[in-house]
Write a protein that binds this ligand. Structure first.
Ligand code: SF4
Length: 376
């Protein structure tokens, strides 16, 4: 079943490390919701089967009012058939999750909350320039659970200078004590054009340590495995039966449409990319046009994308699929490229599937790039 991704490009504050597309001005929020509803209508023929997942990402979708979110749901339901069991996720920030907000979200078709906790330490949240504090981080989860939201996922960040191993252990233990069925954890990366990159450049901040990130990734995998979580993707851990439908479909190459500024869509062959610019997006939709750029992926692009995403998952890279979808030549070259990993202990090959070992997970990107096939 296909999916819908909706990008809500607004945030209260700019987190220092973030390079997602957002504006901290809500001046055009109403116009944005109207434009998003229009884009949903324009794309109604792109998906004819039922929708199995809807994902509100951003930015901070929980910044929108119940009325605005309801409008978007009305547009979706008017133009698509949403499966009765569809997973409907909204990204939220702890400071937005007041009792009233949770009540409102409960009245919408939302059935999964993704909460941007990042850390349970105030000093870390201040360093990141997050809009919430440590008490809100903990309380919002309990409030959501008391209101009946059981399908919750938390985001955590590791590998930043303030985070000692002791604090990282505490953050993971705290997340586990909240009894959520899903946790996503990301190593901090320094993206160009972010405040963090500027701080490092001007020496206000020490560079990020790769060694620290690797060590904390190992702590993460170890602790979550002991707590009964399955690492079904490098950065995603779930209790059995709680894998994210939307993300899993994305990694498995299922079709989805992207709505809103900077959103991407994919139909198995073409990638559709909206501009990461609110004004340009609004103006183009206003003129009843789609603002997207379409990139048709070459066979090599599709193969490399498959390697990149599948290798990071619990399902691994399927050699039989490579043969069927990309042909014997791709299969032979992949087998040839695999030989360079023979004595490293990073890959497991079993039943025609290539999977990362625990130590291989530390080098996922490097391994994937060595398996890529590029046009000569
Ligand atoms: S709330 Fe999320 S999207 Fe917004 S600036 Fe922070 S990390 Fe980026």
């Amino acid at each position: 079943m296909s999916g819908i991704y909706i990008h809500i490009p607004f945030c209260k504050k700019a987190c220092h490390y973030c390079d997602f597309h957002f504006s901290t001005s809500l001046k055009y929020a109403d116009e944005m919701v109207e434009a998003i509803c229009k884009e949903i209508k324009f794309k109604k023929d792109r998906i004819t089967e039922s929708i199995g997942s809807i994902y509100f990402g951003g930015g901070t979708p929980s910044i929108l009012s119940q009325h605005a979110l309801q409008k978007i749901f009305d547009a979706i339901n008017t133009n698509f058939h949403v499966n009765a069991n569809a997973e409907i996720t909204i990204e939220t920030n702890p400071d937005d999750l007041t009792s009233q907000k949770i009540k409102e979200l409960n009245q919408l078709p939302v059935n999964r909350l993704s909460v941007g906790i990042q850390s349970f330490f105030n000093e870390d949240l201040i360093w990141m320039n997050r809009a919430h504090n440590a008490i809100e981080a903990e309380d919002c989860i309990k409030r959501s659970q008391d209101a009946g939201f059981e399908n919750l996922t938390l985001d955590l960040i590791y590998g930043y200078p303030l985070l000692t191993d002791e604090k990282w252990n505490f953050n993971i233990s705290k997340a586990l004590s909240l009894e959520v069925p899903h946790i996503s954890a990301y190593a901090l990366t320094v993206e160009p054009k972010t405040a963090l990159a500027q701080f490092i450049k001007t020496k206000k901040q020490n560079p990020i340590s790769e060694g620290q990130s690797a060590e904390q990734f190992i702590i993460l995998m170890d602790k979550l495995e002991k707590a009964g979580f399955e690492q079904y993707e490098i950065s995603n851990f779930a209790k059995p039966g709680h894998y994210a439908v939307h993300n899993t479909n994305y990694w498995r190459g299922v079709n989805y449409i992207g709505i809103g500024p900077s959103a991407h869509g994919f139909d198995g062959r073409n990638r559709y990319m909206n501009p990461a610019n609110n004004a340009q997006y609004l103006q183009t939709i206003e003129h009843n046009k789609l603002p997207e750029v379409i990139e048709t992926l070459s066979v090599n692009d599709r193969f490399n994308e498959y390697i990149m995403t599948a290798l990071r998952t619990i399902w691994g890279v399927d050699l039989e699929k490579i043969k069927l979808e990309f042909g014997q030549e791709f299969l032979e070259e992949t087998k040839h490229n695999l030989r360079s990993f023979d004595d490293k202990g990073w890959l497991l090959l079993s039943q025609d599937k290539i999977k990362l070992t625990q130590s291989g997970k530390l080098f996922a990107d490097q391994i994937a790039s060595e398996l890529f096939i590029v046009n000569e």
